[in-house]
Write a protein that binds this ligand. Structure first.
Ligand code: UGA
Length: 429
């Protein structure tokens, strides 16, 4: 099938590459000319495991092209995915101006039937506005449908999430649209939930909010564990084995970050409010998440007594492992606060340092965890990258100034570290 994906960010690029991989003819569009020029040369704008190889292969085999021109791409494709960003406004609502602009350009370029599919996370009822916008701007008298097909990709494993999803959600208002989307997803084995457009839009916000709620729930329990001497890892294990609860997303730590949960929660609270519902539950989810970072910073202060002039080693800057994404990363809040208190910061991240340097240039960036540890008063684990799990602690003990580990992701065994002479601080245990 001939497909256009407008917006070549995390969602759009993975979607385009994967649809190409499934044998379709795909054009990925973006208005960032530099990004398109780089993509044409096979250079990715961000790190996502397996993406570069997939993009290059599909370009070579003629199934994936890049373009800066919406009209050209729209003329060539029957299915058009909108995957542009919907960033947060100051009041937490999603800014939908990019969606509107794209809808106008699609409308002006359509020359025969087109299916326009919302892929970006959008507030419920956005589909109605997209349809209205296309109706008033289309130049030719051609038919079109709007659909909602939200993505559930996780950064760091987006390709496998795309190709092996738990479910595919299709929000449509016509048989023609449903048939096109079913054909497109035919090679993928997964349950398909067919619904109206508004319900599909809601499924996305409800899913992300539920997952964020699970994380805040376990983080709240971790606080009670600390107050009582219980162990959050065991509590999570005992909870998660109940099939109705499930094991995933019960990892206590320093809270969720990234560009999805924080902004989607804000947006959902704002939409609910506009509809006349005060979503207090989600407001508390957000509060608990913010508290968790503040509480973690206090933990560092308590472990070191005074922060001023102490050297603090930070392991991990991205909001989670296997990505270079630093948007809404807890690392930024933690480092800024420690800098304000007069600490000297040394940091290492396997992928995110280049991006982080642009935000915080004046700390010492190291080439590996050992370099971070040298002369440090403590090591703080912010991101649970796999390579941090197998550090040589005997060596670290010798090169650190003080043997203190503050583990924001509970990746180490307390007893093992204490037996080596470290002071160990985890979360909720
Ligand atoms: C999230 C959703 O998981 C995807 O399904 C969704 O498609 C995506 O948002 C989106 O809306 O585009 P992502 O932001 O890539 O994906 O990251 P997650 O793997 O969900 O992790 C989010 C945050 O929660 C991370 O900061 C992670 O460290 C934290 N987390 C996760 C925990 O603190 N504990 C856990 O048990 C799980």
């Amino acid at each position: 099938m001939k497909i256009t994906v407008i917006g070549s960010g995390y969602v759009g690029l993975v979607t385009g590459a994967c649809f190409g991989h499934l044998g379709n003819q795909v054009i990925c569009v973006d208005n960032d000319l530099k990004k398109i020029a780089k993509l044409k040369k096979g250079t990715m704008p961000f790190y996502e495991p397996g993406l570069e190889e997939m993009v290059k292969l599909n370009m070579k085999e003629g199934r994936l092209k890049f373009s800066a021109s919406i009209p050209e791409a729209v003329r060539e494709s029957e299915c058009i995915f909108i995957a542009v960003s919907t960033p947060p406004k100051e009041n937490g609502e999603a800014d939908l101006t990019a969606i509107e602009n794209v809808a106008i350009q699609i409308a002006k370029s359509m020359n025969s039937y087109r299916l326009i599919i919302e892929k970006s996370t959008v507030p419920v009822k956005t589909g109605i506005w997209v349809e209205h916008t296309i109706k008033i701007h289309k130049r030719k008298n051609c038919l079109f449908d709007v659909a909602s097909n939200p993505e559930f990709l996780r950064e760091g494993q987006a390709i496998s999430d795309f190709l092996n999803p738990d479910r595919i959600v299709i929000g449509v208002e016509s048989k023609r649209a449903l048939n096109l989307l079913k054909r497109l997803y035919a090679p993928i084995r997964a349950p398909i939930v067919v619904t109206d457009i508004k319900s599909a839009e809601l499924i996305k916000h409800a899913s992300n909010s539920y997952l964020a709620m699970k994380i805040s729930f376990i983080n709240a329990i971790s606080r009670i564990c600390e107050l009582t001497g219980a162990d959050i890892s065991k509590v999570a294990e005992g909870l998660g084995l109940d099939k109705r609860i499930g094991k995933q997303f019960l990892q206590a730590g320093i809270g969720y970050g990234g560009f999805c949960f924080p902004k989607d929660l804000d947006a959902f609270i704002a939409i609910a409010n506009q509809c006349g519902y005060d979503f207090r539950l989600l407001k508390e989810v957000r509060n608990i998440n913010q508290d968790q970072v503040t509480f973690f910073i206090k933990k560092i202060e308590q472990a070191l007594w005074n922060i001023k002039d102490k050297t603090i080693g930070i392991l991990g800057l991205s909001f989670k492992p296997e990505t270079d994404d630093i948007r809404f990363t807890p690392a930024l809040t933690i480092i800024k606060s420690l800098l304000e208190e007069g600490a000297k910061i040394k940091a290492f991240d396997p992928k995110a340092m280049d991006k982080f340097k642009l935000l915080v240039p004046d700390i010492t960036y190291c080439r590996n965890p050992n370099e971070v540890a040298k002369g440090a008063d403590c090591l703080v684990i912010v991101t649970d990258w796999l390579e941090f799990k197998s550090l040589d602690f005997v060596k670290l003990k010798h090169i650190m100034k003080q043997s203190v580990i503050i583990d924001g992701r509970n990746i180490y065994d307390r007893q093992a570290l204490e037996s080596l002479g470290f002071r160990y601080f985890g979360v909720g245990r």
